[in-house]
Design a protein around this ligand. Sequence first.
Ligand code: FES
Length: 153
Amino acid sequence: MDGSTPLPRRRFLNWFLGTSFGALVAAVIYPIARFASPPRIPEATTNSVEAGDVSDAAFAQKGFKIVRFGAEPVILLKASEGEYRAFSATCTHLDCIVGYQKDRSRIFCNCHGGAYDLNGRNVSGPPPRPLTAYKVNLVAKGSEPAKIVVSKV
Ligand code: FES
């Protein structure tokens, strides 16, 4: 009997099973590794954003709206007629999104009852720091309602 025929078949089976197992391991580990490591996409650098105009119904209804400043949510509120203010909308306690209580003239966080005054200073509750302030400019254009531009201070 010639002993050379079974050996290549055995090698082939060993190779086939070995690579199949390797491919199976790679197919399981690669998605887990991709999920565990965040993508390397740099955060867009934004210096100013246009946040609609002063006729926005949100100001009449709630007195504020949340706008995106790059990846950061920003609360834009109407403090008084013609006066708008903007702050980071991320509570400095545990990162909940804050809102504006027009009737009490304060920025409020529903998560744990934190409150900030209209200068963004933490005045009650657990927030340890003030909110980051943004600059608000009103850009008038003819008879159209003024555009609101939010920019970094
Ligand atoms: S997250 Fe805002 S008070 Fe706790």
